[in-house]
Design a protein around this ligand. Structure first.
Ligand code: ADP
Length: 573
């Protein structure tokens, strides 16, 4: 730890010890990988604030920075200011990624978190079996039972990282995918892996699933032997086969039998029925800031109604945090059977979730309830930055952040704060609920997205590689198709401007995906053009799309469009 930072800690020690609540701060610090879970446990058994500061003094600059960030996140503004002046200068990236830090996008703990030591240990114990040879660890159980949180927690273990996975841990959210999506996922993973090698060689993006698999196989075997891939929420065995590369994998799934078709050793951990009752109670206690034995008598019944689902307990906990005298009321709400799902999953009872979602949405202010409804249009497993929603809602990004924070605090939304800008997402089951609720309005909700986009970007599509731009470039076609705006979709995909921007920013896979997906409503010629010129769209430097199109038959629509653009360019340039 730098001298200045240390003396600042010493100076402010007394105030810090009095005012901070270490358990929340430690959550962030564990997520940042500057505090080990063992250290956290040890601190919990002592006078926490004193012990945490004692430990901090013996740690490095990263720990100080993480501690500071945690204070900011937990809104200890005055205290954070005390520390601010002596923040160590940010270390160079390479240094920051010390060999023992956890990389690769492992998600942080949820806002309120209870540990499930027995399960975590079971997963870790299985992971240790992958030390000597490759294989699979499957965490299976029903939706919303806490599999992802568990997998992330199991991965946060320095011993494991050092002894078994010195190649690092790389997290991939999978979800329900079709083939092009899968290709894109693997491309992005390869890209990420190559980037952190700092290798100068620029590889061609693999373009088919087979090529991508080959590339990944090479990377995993040659460059990242003994790395762990975590595949979160796998639905489909074809997806799994793409990763059947003789490497080390932890996967979460609802479907236990998926691994039947892959080769290598398989170890399984079942997340049976979600949380046990006491853990559920602990979540309620944390949300309401009460001691476990101080909970009212309804608490246990509420947890039972939630049927062990940590997601549902979290929703109710967030409600009770704001209205601490509503225990009986929310219990009654949970007991109502108000919703009928059309698609019932065979293995899971959604009633409690639906009730809890409805209750949480109901307490939102009217205007925010409408905004939450807009989230119905998001694709599953897609994370969006606040700026996208600021276009959709026509609000200042700061206002949007406040609203999203409210949703997050109510467990109605989740945030990936590893990423800058933060990315927001819904749990699968929440999205299911929204889609079910707003079934009749889907088209108009998507229309709104397209309309707001067109308003905001009336002078031309976004061209930067920022996360919000990438969202539009990737999903605008999807929203148009869902909105039944076929004319718009047609002219967008016919616009060479759009095509070249999309190919340039995202590589050809997404573009080709669009054509596969929406092909039936598109011009045949254009598809031919793409299939003939597609490979040229991967070249760097990027080829002139207009020139490519001009080499098409002169009778074609593509040629006509290109000619128009060429004249345009000549006119302005
Ligand atoms: P799954 O992957 O099984 O669908 P998740 O791991 O995404 O489920 O968990 C769903 C939600 O339940 C989380 O977003 C979080 O709100 C809550 N949750 C899960 N595990 C815990 C835990 N150990 N402590 C507190 N909340 C949890």
């Amino acid at each position: 730890l730098e001298e200045g930072a240390r003396s600042c800690l010493l100076r402010s020690r007394h105030r810090l010890e009095q005012d901070i609540k270490p358990s929340y701060l430690m959550d962030h610090m564990v997520s940042d990988g500057v505090l080990t879970v063992d250290e956290e446990e040890r601190i919990r058994t002592q006078d926490q604030a004193v012990a945490l500061l004692e430990l901090l003094l013996r740690k490095d600059n990263r720990a100080y920075i993480s501690f500071y960030n945690a204070m900011v996140k937990e809104a200890y503004n005055d205290l954070a200011n005390l520390l601010h002046r002596d923040l160590p200068r940010v270390l160079p990236e390479a240094h920051f990624r010390s060999s023992t830090s956890i990389e690769g996008g492992v998600p942080q703990r949820p806002v309120v978190f209870v540990s499930r030591p027995e399960l975590v240990n079971r997963v870790r114990e299985k992971l240790y079996r992958l030390q000597k040879e490759p294989g699979w660890v499957t965490v299976f159980g029903m939706a919303g039972s806490g599999k992802s949180v568990l997998a992330a927690e199991a991965a946060r273990h320095h011993g494991l990282l050092e002894e078994c996975f010195p190649g690092g841990i790389h997290w991939l959210s999978i979800g329900q995918l079709d083939k092009p999506d899968l290709l894109v996922k693997i491309q992005l993973l390869c890209f990420r892996l190559e980037q952190s090698l700092d290798s100068q060689s620029l590889h061609r993006t693999p373009n088919t699933l087979d090529e991508a698999k080959e590339r990944l196989r090479f990377l995993m075997l040659r460059r990242y032997p003994r790395a762990l891939l975590i595949l979160d929420d796998i639905w489909d065995s074809t997806v799994l086969k793409a990763f059947d590369l003789h490497c080390r994998i932890l996967l979460t799934t609802r479907n236990r039998s998926l691994t039947n078709s892959v080769s290598g050793a398989i170890y399984e951990v079942e997340v049976e029925s979600g949380l046990d009752e006491n853990k559920g109670m602990e979540i309620l206690a944390l949300y309401t800031n009460t001691k476990l034995h101080g909970l009212p008598e309804e608490a246990r019944s509420i947890v039972r109604e939630c049927k062990g689902s940590p997601l549902v307990v979290s929703l109710i906990g967030a409600l009770l945090k704001e209205k601490p005298n509503r225990w009986p009321y929310y219990l009654r709400q949970l007991q109502q059977k108000q919703f009928k799902r059309i698609r019932k999953s065979s293995s899971y009872d959604y009633d409690a979730l639906d009730q809890a979602m409805a209750a949480s949405i109901e307490v939102l202010p009217d205007e925010h309830r409408e905004l939450y409804k807009d989230l119905t249009v998001l694709e599953k497993d897609i994370r969006v930055p606040a700026k996208v929603l600021s276009v959709l809602w026509e609000l200042e990004p700061e206002e949007v952040e406040d609203i999203l924070e409210e949703f997050v605090n109510k467990s109605l939304l989740f945030v990936d704060s590893h990423n800058k800008p933060y990315l927001y997402y819904l749990h699968d089951l929440q999205l299911d609920f929204l889609v079910e609720q707003n079934r009749t309005q889907l088209e108009s909700l998507h229309k709104k997205v397209v309309h707001q986009y067109q308003q905001h970007y009336r002078d031309g599509p976004p061209t930067s590689g920022d996360e919000d731009c990438l969202y539009w470039i990737r999903f605008l076609t999807y929203h148009m198709a869902k909105a039944n705006l076929f004319q718009e979709l047609y002219s967008l995909m016919f616009s060479l401007d759009w095509v070249s921007t999309k190919a340039q920013l995202m590589g050809p896979a997404f573009l080709i995906n669009d054509y596969v997906e929406y092909g039936p409503i598109l011009d045949k010629e254009f598809q031919e053009f793409l299939s003939l010129s597609g490979h040229q769209l991967e070249q760097r430097p990027f080829p002139d799309v207009v020139q490519l199109a001009l080499s098409q038959p002169h009778t074609s629509e593509v040629y006509r469009q290109a000619l128009l653009q060429a004249r345009d360019q000549a006119g302005t340039g």
